[in-house]
Design a protein around this ligand. Structure first.
Ligand code: NOJ
Length: 551
């Protein structure tokens, strides 16, 4: 990296707008709700907000089904609110990152509504159409790993099927069509000109599909089609074009690509400066560590988690600039996923925050994780609203007749709903999120875990996050220091050093309940810990951070 840009050491806060704060009493979070909480976010110390989609959308997939890229969803606000949010955030030195959902649109987008009517539609070639096979079969055998169903549907007036890697209401755009690509570039310019500081580019590594859309070999499990559309080589040609058409003209805007399934080499091929493609990538290896096929929960092994993080910190001689996140709108809650959300809720939430925020890379905190919000405790499948939770249930219980209880337990552990239920502001009815019954049920622990309670408690998880972010922002070593793992042979310890010039910062975390003897004598002064005392050993989920000036 030649020169550091603002995003390299940013702490980004991810917001799922429908569940952050409802300002107008309709039970749905909105932009004015976010504006009303900017001071809270400023006090937390973050530098940028990443908003999950706020565009006009029928919300089949949490807004990742955009019907109008130039407008805001009615329930979420008006264009003027978005302009005000950008202005108010900027006043507080907070940047705004929006979503660019460009692999697919909603089936309610006017392009698709027109395209589906006839083969002669002006927009027909905006999407990917194929006839079925001669024997009456679907155009190819690709199955979607997200819906568990075929990627083809035939809903229109013609004999052709359209491709959709996600639900049938999210038709894939045809990036081979130059007109499509330039439409997307215009959308980007429109928002950049409004002051938006960057995009998180949804599944951007899936926009290029293998030509001819061949069947996947039979040995590919479930016929998931990723080998023909994930990181497919000509994606680079499109991103390079996007760079020269748009990004080069806006050098201070960030392009953060969602690139699941990348290897370190592939990640570098998207983000190396010489490539002129993206600035940041998001990879999910550590997030998927306990996720099996068809939404099955696998056992979580802390050591695999640690090894995955360390692999990415050190890959390619640390030439990769990682983006670090332990929670998102697509995953369970960080403390429930990787920590202990019962007896050691507070300790393990603080421990995970420390491991995360002192790593090398751009940081993302998912809303509510700064309070240690937990997985939601819904007791009925009907409380779950996310299309993936519903299709997991339908596929495995209704179609495959798996044991209902097992499937429900998997959903409870892994559902995206865990991240999407309303933010807990205080212990008023509906968690202070709304004055009416919200669109998603609140969790039953909001009277214990909420902002108002934690703001006034200096030992709370929230106060700890503030201190960690303050330390991060004031220590250049945490920003750019080299990363080195220590105690690698101990499977319960997650420990590392960050070193820059003569400053050494050491993080030692015990990821287990069992106490651990650790020799920390030479690490210098303890600057933050989730326990009050240092006693020569690390207690359950204890983390200590040390600072030393080297001679
Ligand atoms: C990735 C997003 O993070 C997820 O929420 C969404 O369902 C898919 N892309 C489809 O857009």
């Amino acid at each position: 990296m030649d020169k550091l840009k603002w995003w390299h050491n940013a702490v980004i806060y991810e917001i799922y707008p429908r569940s952050f704060k409802d300002s107008n009493g309709d039970g749905i979070g909105d932009l004015r709700g976010i504006i009303s909480k900017l001071d809270y976010l400023k006090t937390l110390g973050i530098n940028a907000l990443w908003l999950c989609p706020v565009y006009t959308s029928p919300n089949i997939d949490g807004g990742y089904d955009v019907a109008d890229y130039y407008n805001i969803c009615d329930e979420i606000g008006f264009l003027e609110d978005m302009e005000e949010l950008i202005e108010e955030a900027h006043k507080r030195q907070i940047r705004i990152i929006m979503e660019l959902v460009a692999n697919h649109t909603s089936d309610q987008h006017y392009w698709f509504k027109d395209a589906i009517k006839s083969k002669d539609s002006k927009y027909r070639d905006f999407y990917i159409w194929r006839k079925g096979k001669k024997d009456g079969g679907l155009p190819n055998n690709w199955m979607s790993s997200k819906t568990g169903k075929s990627v083809w549907s035939n809903k229109g007036n013609t004999d052709e099927y359209y491709l959709h890697l996600y639900t049938e209401k999210q038709p894939d755009l045809n990036w081979e069509n130059k007109e499509v690509r330039y439409e997307i570039y215009n959308i980007m310019k429109y928002w950049f000109d409004k002051g938006v500081d960057g995009f998180r580019m949804d599944v951007i590594n899936k926009i290029a599909k293998a030509s001819g859309l061949p069947d996947v070999p039979d040995e590919v499990p479930y016929h998931y089609g990723e080998m023909y559309f994930e990181n497919y080589p000509h994606v680079h040609k499109y991103l390079n074009e996007m760079y020269y058409e748009v990004l080069i003209k806006y050098p201070d805007k960030v392009a953060m690509g969602q690139t699941s399934g990348v290897s370190p080499e592939q990640a570098l091929s998207y983000t190396d400066e010489s490539r002129n493609e993206l600035n940041l990538f998001l990879q999910f290896e550590h997030m998927n560590i306990d996720c099996g096929d068809e939404g099955r929960k696998l056992e979580f092994n802390p050591n695999e988690f640690k090894n995955s993080i360390i692999k990415w910190q050190t890959a390619l001689d640390s030439r990769l600039w990682n983006t670090i996140f332990f929670g998102s709108h697509d995953s369970p809650r960080m403390v429930s996923h990787y920590g202990n959300d019962k007896e050691y809720h507070e300790k393990s939430a603080k421990m995970l925050a420390t491991i995360q925020l002192l790593l090398r890379g751009t940081q993302i905190i998912y809303m509510g994780d700064e309070l240690g919000m937990t997985n939601v405790n819904y007791s009925n499948i009907d409380d779950y609203v996310d299309n993936r939770s519903i299709s997991t249930y339908e596929n495995r219980v209704n179609k495959q007749h798996e044991d209902e209880k097992t499937v429900f337990e998997d959903i409870r552990a892994l559902a995206r709903d865990n991240a999407r239920y309303p933010m807990q502001w205080n212990d008023n009815k509906f968690a202070g999120f709304s004055s009416v019954n919200p669109w998603m049920k609140v969790s039953d622990n909001y009277n214990i875990i909420n902002v108002s309670k934690q703001e006034t408690d200096k030992d709370s998880i929230l106060s700890y996050y503030k201190e960690l972010i303050r330390i991060r922002n004031s220590e250049l070593t945490i920003g750019i220091g080299i990363f080195e793992e220590i105690f690698e042979e101990d499977k319960d310890l997650f420990a590392y050093k960050r070193v820059h010039k003569n400053i050494e910062i050491t993080v030692v975390a015990n990821m287990s309940i069992d106490e651990k003897e650790v020799n920390t004598k030479n690490f210098g002064k303890c600057i933050i810990s989730n326990y009050d005392d240092e006693c020569g050993k690390l207690r359950s989920y204890q983390v200590n951070v040390y600072k030393k000036v080297l001679n």
